[in-house]
Design a protein around this ligand. Structure first.
Ligand code: SF4
Length: 210
């Protein structure tokens, strides 16, 4: 598996913000978002599944975040998630996907893992949902725990409304760096949307940690 970096830090996004977690950031993504945190030209190291599980266990951290890049593009991602879930040290595996890759877990065969897999779906502008109405979206449905939109001028209330659910919250996360009026701007544009929408602020950027 191609890994750019591994580190322990505080989750700065979404429902688990503030929780200390072990992060594995994978190399490679099929998108090219201008604000991307990941340097697409960065060096990566090749690590095996067992090596990564051993590293996680050595951190004594119970929550693991698989991020990127696009983690679902890694060949052995299924084996890694299964291996982590079978580790006595790991309580929960968080996966953040850009919404373009199938999540390779069949819920009908693995329902016991439902509460230990935290799938964050974060489609990106300008298309946001182009592929989410497909088999890809179907693979997320049983597992998704939160949706996160990076907000730019392409995100409309109608797009957000399409994904309002009583099963997961929808985060609206403005691009970094934040403008002076970003909260007022989000409020003005999306306050008419009914449902569980929340402001996401990438708190780790304010904390100045990874
Ligand atoms: S989807 Fe995520 S990892 Fe891929 S380019 Fe966009 S921000 Fe970067």
């Amino acid at each position: 598996m191609r890994v750019i970096e591994k580190f322990v830090s505080f989750q700065g996004e979404g429902l688990w913000s503030g929780k200390k977690m072990a992060f594995i950031r994978f190399y490679g993504c099929n998108l090219r978002c201008p604000w991307c945190d990941t340097d697409s030209t960065a060096d990566y190291t090749v690590s095996g599944v067992k090596q990564l599980i051993k590293w996680v266990e050595g951190t004594y951290t119970r929550h693991v975040v698989l991020t990127g890049g696009e983690p679902l593009m890694q060949n052995n991602i299924f084996d890694l998630i299964v291996g982590l879930l079978n580790s006595p040290w790991v309580d929960m595996v968080h996966i953040e996907t850009n919404g373009t890759q199938i999540f390779p877990f069949d819920y009908s065969k693995l329902p016991e893992w439902h509460d230990r897999i935290w799938l964050t779906v974060s489609p990106k502008p300008p298309t946001y949902f182009m592929r989410l109405e497909t088999e890809v979206w179907g693979s997320y449905k049983p597992w998704i725990k939160e949706m996160k939109f990076v907000v730019d001028e392409h995100l409309t209330p109608d797009i957000v409304r399409k994904h309002i659910s009583d099963k997961y919250p929808v985060y609206l996360q403005p691009c970094w760096p934040h403008t002076e009026n970003f909260i007022a701007d989000i409020h003005k544009r999306f306050s008419a949307v009914n449902g569980d929408i929340r402001l996401g602020i990438q708190a780790h950027k304010y904390w100045k940690v990874d």
